[in-house]
Design a protein around this ligand. Structure first.
Ligand code: ZN
Length: 274
């Protein structure tokens, strides 16, 4: 099984990035995936050296994308911000930059237009990513977030975009981030994971709770819900993926807990349910 990675959003209301780095070292978690807000709060250079000093690898930088905007100025600003994030991922030595591509622009009903903006935005930055040796990991999000977060909803759609933009993932370029929370329901999942092959750049875990009380912020700890995480992980590993198993839990419930308890349980559940 791939090594556990702490996605910093899992403890975002309690710990800074410096505390996350120390926490990983304390709990024997060998990898980390910072979000850009905590990264900027610490400073990119300082974070990179602290992560190196702690001996952690960086399974991803969350997140970029958000290419959809109501006007050209908004789309250009997004592309500039994405270029900065590529530099940050390079500075951290991150395995990839996780891309959440954006929902419909405010007031729009033009879904196809929004999808075209995503493709155009990616096309504008993919050469920068290749030059920096950074992989853009397209993360399809559950279709319940299509309006406001991601018009990219399935692994099949993400791989179609990879095909359009060029396949090489090893030396930078485009690949996919597979988050079990977003794709577990997809009847085409097994076939699309096999199709993805070496393009899987990140593997995110948490669980789907029943009932789910919030569309975004009620994710479960692996083992507390209905996703057969171990089966999906086995499919991912069958493609040759040997990267991290990144635990990413956006949850009002878990944000209230002591982060040391959360990390303890993550280590346990990584062993038993991932
Ligand atoms: Zn994710």
């Amino acid at each position: 099984m791939g090594p556990l990675s702490l996605n910093t959003v899992s403890v975002r209301e309690r710990w800074s990035l410096a505390q996350c780095i120390e926490g990983c070292a304390r709990h024997g978690i060998p990898a980390i995936s910072p979000w850009r807000d905590v990264l900027h709060a610490m400073g990119v250079a300082q974070a990179a050296s602290a992560i190196r000093a702690a001996g952690l690898s960086v399974s991803g930088l969350c997140r970029g994308g958000m290419f959809t905007a109501a006007d050209a100025a908004g789309r250009a600003a997004s592309i500039e911000d994405n270029r900065r994030a590529i530099e940050e991922a390079h500075a951290l030595g991150a395995a990839c930059r996780v891309m959440v591509c954006g929902g419909l622009p405010p007031g729009s009903r033009d879904l196809e237009g929004a999808r075209a903006m995503v493709q155009d935005g990616l096309a504008a930055i993919v050469d920068d990513a290749r030059a920096a040796g950074v992989t853009l990991a397209l993360e399809p999000l559950h279709p319940m977030t299509c309006a406001d977060r991601s018009v990219l909803s399935t692994l099949g759609q993400a791989l179609d975009l990879c095909d359009l933009l060029g396949n090489e993932c090893e030396e930078g370029g485009v690949g996919v981030a597979l988050d079990v929370y977003h794709v577990w329901w997809d009847p085409a999942l097994a076939a699309q994971i096999a199709r993805a092959g070496s393009r899987i750049a990140a593997f995110h875990v948490c669980d789907w709770l029943v009932p789910t009380t919030d569309l975004v912020f009620d994710r479960g700890m692996p083992g507390d819900g209905v996703i057969d995480i171990a089966s999906i992980r086995a499919m991912v590993e069958a493609t040759g993926y040997d990267g991290a198993v990144e635990c990413e839990i956006l949850s009002h419930k878990w944000w209230q807990q002591d982060p040391d308890d959360v990390l303890d349980l993550m280590v346990q559940r990584h062993a038993t349910h991932c």
